[in-house]
Design a binder for this molecule. Structure first.
Ligand SMILES: Nc1ncnc2c1ncn2[C@@H]1O[C@H](COP(=O)(O)OP(=O)(O)OP(=O)(O)O)[C@@H](O)[C@H]1O
Ligand SMILES: [Mg+2]
Length: 269
């Protein structure tokens, strides 16, 4: 009799545990979704940056053409040349949309990538924003080393880190700001160091930055989910580690990932 009630109690405990785990997973998924939405908002701002120049060029060409036609100075040759220029700009505009859309597509399977591939995508997405803020973005180390991972997930993490560095550089009006990403290997792991010179994170709060909703920014500028989501992606999804430290007048994030990602172990959000 006693054994049976023990067994029943154990069963119900297990059920409760399972229920709690399902709830936690659901909550994490919701937070990650919320953070994706926040990133999307930021992305729209970046698209606006990327689009400003081609739209100005198209506007200028159109105005010149109108003027030439009004003054009777337009030639067929000139018109064709101008249309060709407009066409090139339109292609550029549409490619930007594709780049950003690819970024939000989830990778169902891990793929083989190098930091060179990732850096190219980061520069496409972030290059203009960093240029406009005069932040030097450099990459060093084992750029050609192949590793297997969920590319968009790791891109999302880099995007969060770069976006934080940009915010800190702006807030503290840093002179000659930079972010340097270094790639190295250590046995079966690939190690990334992301170093900025934006003043670092006060010691009193550095222990809290990976907690959900922890932010020092106003409601409009930050939800406090960027680093939380990055740690979930790195630790729970890609089975790596992410840590932060103050170094060289800035913040240094270290990310360690297994060089080969086992698709059976990982689960995609
Ligand atoms: N590179 C950095 N330099 C200085 N402070 C940083 C840096 N990265 C993070 N922080 C600090 O850590 C806090 C948490 O960062 P996190 O990315 O999680 O949230 P957030 O940037 O405030 O908001 P969100 O990313 O959701 O828009 C930031 O508010 C900031 O105070
Ligand atoms: Mg952030």
């Amino acid at each position: 009799m006693n054994k049976q009630s023990d067994l029943l109690q154990q069963l119900s405990l297990e059920e409760q545990l399972q229920e709690a785990q399902t709830k936690i997973h659901l909550l994490e998924t919701m937070m990650i979704e919320q953070s994706r939405l926040a990133i999307m908002g930021e992305m729209i701002g970046m698209i606006a940056h990327q689009w400003r120049q081609p739209i100005t060029i198209i506007g200028m060409i159109t105005n010149n053409t109108i003027l030439d036609v009004q003054l009777g100075e337009s030639t067929q040759e000139q018109l064709l040349e101008d249309m060709d220029l407009i066409d090139k700009q339109v292609h550029y505009l549409s490619r930007t949309i594709d780049d950003f859309r690819n970024f939000f597509r989830q990778n169902k399977l891990p793929q083989s990538v190098t930091m060179r591939d990732i850096s190219n995508e980061l520069l496409t997405i972030f290059g203009k924003t960093f240029d406009n803020n005069h932040i030097a973005l450099t990459f060093e180390g084992a750029m050609e080393l192949e590793f297997t991972t969920y590319k968009n997930e790791i891109l999302q993490v880099f995007l969060n880190l770069l976006s934080n560095s940009k915010d800190a550089v702006e807030l503290k009006a840093i002179e000659n700001p930079y972010v340097c990403i270094t790639v190295a290997t250590s046995s079966n792991f690939i190690v990334f160091e992301i170093q900025d010179n934006a003043g670092g994170i006060p010691d009193e709060i550095i222990g809290q930055i990976f907690q959900p909703y922890f932010t020092t920014k106003s409601e409009k500028n930050g939800t406090g989910l960027g680093l939380y989501m990055s740690s979930i992606i790195i630790e729970k999804h890609l089975f790596g580690t992410i840590t932060a430290a103050n170094k060289n007048q800035g913040t240094s994030f270290t990310i360690t990932l297994p060089i080969k990602q086992d698709p059976k172990r990982a689960y995609v959000y």
